[in-house]
Design a protein around this ligand. Sequence first.
Ligand code: INI
Length: 162
Amino acid sequence: MPKEIEGKLILTDESVAIVVARFNDLITNRLLDGSLDTLRRHGANDDNITVVRVPGSFELPLIADKLAHSGKYDAVICLGAVIQGQTTHHDYINHQVAAGLREASQKSGIPVTFGVLTCQSMEQAIDRAGGKVGNKGNEAALAAIEVMTTLKQLKAEGVLAD
Ligand code: INI
C-alpha cells in the first residue's frame, strides 16, 4: 500500500483572511456567507477570521498577495463575481485575477484560493452563489482548508520543514 498524505479538514487555531470584492455585492456577500459557513463548520473561530473588502475583482491579487506575505495568515480566500458585459472587459479581469492569485499563492507558500465567479449572466451567478449550482464561496473555503491542513500534515510527516 502506498503511503497517502492528505489534509484532515479540521481547523484548530489557523488564521484565515477573506478578501471580497464589493462589485456585484449582491453576489459576493452570498459568497462570503458560504465561505464563513464552511470555515465555521470545519472548526474555525471567528476571532481567527479577517474579512478585507476591495473595490472589484481586479484588486483581489494585490491585497491577497500582501496578506499572503504578511506572515499573519495561513490561507487567503478570494471572492469576486465577474459578469460578462457587452465588451471584453471581463476577459481582461478574469485572466489577470486568476494569474495574480496563483502567483500570490506560489510565491507566499500558502493557499490563496480562487472564489471568483466568471459568468455570462446574473442568473448564472445567483445559481453559483447559494442557488441551484451550489456556492463558490463554500468551495473556495473548503479548498483553503484542504491545502492548509495538507501542508500541516506534510510538516508533521517530516516531508516539509516547519
Ligand atoms: N469587477 C468585478 O468584480 N466584476 C465585474 O463584473 C466587473 N465589471 O464587469 O466591470 C468589475 N469591474 C471592476 C474592476 O474589478 C476594477 O475594480 C476596476 O476596473 C478598477 O480597477
